[in-house]
Write a protein of this length. Structure first.
Length: 121
């Protein structure tokens, strides 16, 4: 009976350690950390071309949608980027150029377009 209790206690400790490690290595947590530090961070899964990506730069959060080529479903041909808070986002031309260049390193054949609802940057 005592060995069952010890086994359950060991399983509980391992589960708690797993949850702590999973919490600290969660990508969304890293994105929030870099956003609060006003740094650049791209949260993307390049293997999954259907999943949107999130990026933060200078404290602003952007979302990007990837469009694939109809003939080859693995080649991203167009990326549409928009700020999640369009009325609070204030960037210069150098900032948008930096974001575009950093995305072009991951997707070299993609055409990058901006969707800004308030006004042009």
């Amino acid at each position: 009976m005592m060995w069952i209790f010890r086994l359950l206690l060991l399983a509980l400790i391992l589960f708690i350690l797993y949850r702590i490690v999973a919490f600290f290595f969660k990508p969304e947590r890293r994105l929030a950390l870099f956003r609060s530090q006003n740094k650049y961070y791209l949260l993307d899964d390049p293997k999954n071309v259907r999943m949107n990506f999130l990026l933060t730069y200078k404290g602003f959060l952007f979302e990007g949608e990837k469009y694939v080529d109809a003939t080859t479903s693995s080649n991203v041909v167009r990326i549409l980027i928009w700020p999640t808070e369009p009325f609070d986002t204030k960037l210069m031309e150098e900032d948008t150029a930096f974001i575009q260049n950093s995305i072009q390193t991951s997707y070299p054949h993609a055409k990058i377009e901006w969707n800004l609802s308030k006004n042009k940057i």
